[in-house]
Design a protein around this ligand. Structure first.
Ligand code: PLP
Length: 327
C-alpha cells in the first residue's frame, strides 16, 4: 500500500522542462501564454481568460473590480476570500449555510437584506460537497449579483455543472499544489465581461504568470477531466465504505468524518496511512472546510495512481478501525 502526494503530471512536467529551456525567447514565451489562454477559454466556455501567478491573485483581480459588499458562505469557502476583501477594504457579509451548502431561499433573503454586489463560492463547499452552482448562478443573475466561482477543485467537471462559464459570471482557480490542475503554482481568471479584464491591465501585468506555468497549463488542462473523475469516484467509494461520513450523497473530492477528538484521531490516521512527499489528513473546525470537529481525508492530495481499489479498501479498513477506537 503506497500513497504518493500529487505531482504535476508527466506531460505537464515535460512541457514545463522544455519551456524552461526556452526561457528568454520572447516569441515562444508569448505563444505559451496565448495557447494557455485559448485552452482556458475552451475549458470554461468563457470568452476571456488570463493566466496569473496564483489562485489568490485571480481572486484579487476579481475583487478589485467589485466595488460593493461581498457575500461569503459562513463556512466551506476559502480563507483567501476574506483576507483579500479585507485587504481591498470591501465590506463582507456572511451567508448562513447548511454546513457550507447554500440554500437558495436563504440566499435570496440574504441578497434582499444585505444587497451584496458579489457572491464568492467554491464549487465544492469545503472540497466536501457540490454546491448547486447553476441554480445559485440563475438567482444571482436575476438579482444583479456577480457570482464568482472558485473552481480550484472542479476544473474539468465531466457533468459540466461546475467550472462552467454558463453558470458563473467569473471563474477563478488555483493551479498550485495539490489542486486538480497541479503545476506547483499559478492560477487563472475567466469571464464573458470584456471590461473586467480591460480595466485590470496594471494588476494583470503585476500578477503575470511565468511562461513555464503557461506551457504546463496547456498539457494539464487535457488531463483535468480524468483526474477529477477518478478523484470523485474514489471519494464516492470511500463515502460508502467508511462508517460515519458527512455528505454521503454529494459529489466531493475529500471525505469528512465527524470526530469528538479530531487531533489525536488525525495523528493516528497519519501514522497508519503515510503519504510519500506530503500529507492527506486535515482537521476541523476550519472556515475552509466545516465549522465542527472533524477529520478530513484529503483524497484530492493523492496521485491518481494511488487511488487503486485495493488502496481505497485499505484506507476504508484503517479508518473504520480508528473510528471504532475513538468512539
Ligand atoms: C479553494 C482555493 N482557492 C484558492 C486557493 C489559493 O491558491 P494559491 O495558493 O494558488 O494562491 C486555494 C489554496 O489552497 C484554495 O484551496
Amino acid at each position: 500500500m503506497d500513497f504518493f502526494f500529487k505531482k504535476p503530471t508527466k506531460n505537464a512536467r515535460e512541457a514545463m522542462c522544455q519551456a524552461s529551456l526556452d526561457l528568454g525567447n520572447r516569441e515562444i514565451e508569448t505563444n505559451h501564454n496565448r495557447n494557455a489562454e485559448e485552452s482556458l477559454k475552451d475549458l470554461t466556455c468563457h470568452e476571456h481568460a488570463r493566466v496569473v501567478n496564483s489562485g489568490n491573485s485571480a481572486i484579487m483581480i476579481a475583487m478589485n473590480n467589485i466595488k460593493g459588499p461581498v457575500l461569503l458562505p459562513d463556512q466551506g469557502g476559502w480563507t483567501g476570500f476574506k483576507k483579500i476583501a479585507d485587504f481591498l477594504g470591501l465590506k463582507i457579509s456572511y451567508l448562513p449555510t447548511n454546513h457550507g451548502i447554500i440554500n437558495l431561499e436563504v440566499l435570496d433573503d440574504n441578497i434582499k437584506l444585505k444587497t451584496p454586489h458579489s457572491l464568492f463560492i467554491t464549487s465544492f463547499a469545503g472540497y466536501m460537497a457540490e454546491q448547486p452552482v447553476k441554480e445559485i448562478f440563475e438567482l444571482c443573475d436575476e438579482r444583479g449579483v456577480i457570482l464568482v466561482e472558485d473552481a480550484s477543485g472542479s476544473i474539468g467537471d465531466p457533468q459540466r455543472s461546475l467550472a462552467c462559464g454558463d453558470h458563473a459570471h467569473i471563474i477563478v482557480a488555483s493551479t498550485g499544489s495539490p489542486k486538480i490542475i497541479n503545476l506547483g503554482s499559478g492560477g487563472f481568471i475567466s469571464t464573458n465581461d470584456p471590461n473586467m479584464l480591460d480595466n485590470s491591465n496594471f494588476i494583470l501585468k503585476t500578477l503575470r504568470p511565468n511562461p513555464v506555468i503557461c506551457a504546463g497549463l496547456v498539457e494539464a488542462i487535457k488531463e483535468a477531466p480524468d483526474t477529477l473523475s477518478k478523484t470523485l469516484q474514489a471519494c464516492n467509494f470511500l463515502k460508502k465504505e467508511i462508517k460515519t461520513v458527512l455528505f454521503e450523497e454529494y459529489r466531493g473530492i475529500n471525505v469528512t468524518i465527524p470526530s469528538k477528538n479530531p487531533k489525536p484521531m488525525a495523528r493516528e490516521l497519519r501514522k497508519k496511512i503515510p503519504v510519500n512527499g506530503g500529507g492527506m489528513i486535515s482537521t476541523c473546525p476550519r472556515y475552509d472546510r466545516i465549522k465542527q470537529p472533524a477529520v478530513c481525508l484529503e483524497i484530492k492530495n493523492l496521485e491518481i495512481k494511488s487511488l487503486k481499489n485495493e488502496n481505497l479498501r485499505k484506507i476504508a479498513e484503517i479508518t473504520n478501525k480508528i473510528i471504532s477506537d475513538f468512539m
